[in-house]
Design a protein around this ligand. Structure first.
Ligand code: G3I
Length: 336
């Protein structure tokens, strides 16, 4: 029988991890093979990286991850088919630089989804089809992206339909963060209900799970799972990490805390927190069909480029000029 985390969780759900090609060789690769039985490419299947120009697909990195996973009998989640971030600029413009019409954009979306899903058909068991389409502000419903500006609400249903046509066997997820915050949770439920009422082939909801030590509360997580489960869909925790140390503030920047401020006590609190959330996941094993960590170890986390999880977009874009801030959000430390 399997050892490692995946072995402990064999009766519950696959234990996944986000990977990039750098992780496919060396000590991280050994750890992935030992502990995990699902992988999600962290960036390499997103629209920009995989489809940089209208007539150019870049399969190399994604294929390498798929080959690694297949070689080690690891399941693969595809991430993602439509997002406002990491979308290539050409998608929204014609040859003169003018914004394209709804018809043209949906045609391009269909071409993209059909090509990508067909390329990996039979190898990817679940796709994050639409990522983060809902706005965080309580009084706004859908996020005001180019997709929304050009297509209205339709792009969401269309994305699911195109994906289903290309691979009827793949499970299709709507994926979002802050999905436990009641105002956003209710909007996600509204969206899913409207998709289901219209017969759109959505099979599950991805709760990203970019969490902190005390946020969201166990009560909020449980309540959200109950509400989503009541819609009759499967749930997956798709991008789990638990920030232990937040930077003081990016506004008072250049005050990156020294790494010595990561203490034993923080590590212990994080262990308790991971224990608490996995107790919830096990309790809901009938609805939760996968839990994926957003990276292998504290060596590499997206949070480190954003100030330990508290900084927003502006800070993220400045972060390269600044010392990296460590959030220590993952199961394994920098020495794996
Ligand atoms: O590959 C280029 C490289 O060629 C270039 O020189 C360098 C300079 O900035 O950028 C590199 O691309 C970066 C890419 O990660 C690969 O490292 C992008 O700038 C950077 O923005 C990108 O960040 C990713 C982020 O999504 C994009 O918003 C993170 O790695 C990835 O972990 C993160 O993942 C997202 C999920 O997809 C959706 N949910 C939230 C989650 C965290 O933001």
């Amino acid at each position: 029988p399997d050892k490692g985390l995946k072995g402990y969780y064999r009766k519950y759900f696959p234990i996944g991890v986000a990977v990039n090609t750098a992780a496919l060789s060396g000590p991280e690769a050994e750890l992935i093979v030992k502990e995990f039985n699902s992988v999600t490419p962290e960036n390499d299947m997103k629209m920009g990286p995989i489809h940089p120009q209208e007539n150019e697909y870049n399969w190399k990195n994604a294929d390498a991850i798929v080959a690694f996973a297949q070689q080690h009998h690891i399941k693969i989640r595809g991430h993602n088919l439509l997002w406002h971030a990491q979308a290539p600029a050409w998608m929204f413009k014609d040859s003169t630089g003018k914004q394209v019409s709804k018809e043209v954009l949906l045609k391009r979306l269909k071409d993209h989804i059909t090509a990508v899903v067909t390329h990996f058909k039979g190898k990817i068991y679940a796709w994050d089809v639409v990522n983060e389409a809902i706005d965080d502000k309580p009084d706004l419903y859908l996020r005001n992206t180019l997709w929304y500006q050009i297509c209205g609400e339709d792009f969401i249903a269309k994305a699911f339909e195109y994906a289903h046509e290309a691979d009827p066997d793949a499970q299709l997820f709507y994926n979002d963060y802050n999905s436990e915050v009641p105002s956003k949770r209710d909007k996600i439920c509204k969206l899913i209900r409207s998709l289901k009422d219209a017969g759109v082939p959505v099979t599950g909801i991805g709760l990203q799970g970019h969490w902190k030590l005390n946020e969201p509360s166990v009560g909020q997580i449980t309540e959200a799972i109950d509400k989503y489960a009541a819609l009759g869909l499967k749930l997956q925790i798709t991008e789990l990490d638990i920030t232990v140390r937040t930077a003081p503030s990016y506004k008072t920047a250049n005050q990156t805390p020294p790494d010595s401020t990561y203490t034993e006590s923080m590590a212990a609190q994080q262990a308790e927190r991971y224990k608490a959330v996995f107790e919830i996941f096990r309790k809901y094993k009938k609805v939760i069909t996968g839990v994926t960590f957003w990276n292998v170890s504290d060596k590499h986390s997206w949070l480190d480029y954003r100030g330990g999880g508290i900084a927003g977009g502006a800070a993220a874009s400045q972060a390269t000029s600044r010392k990296v801030t460590k959030a220590y959000p993952l199961l394994f430390d920098e020495n794996l």
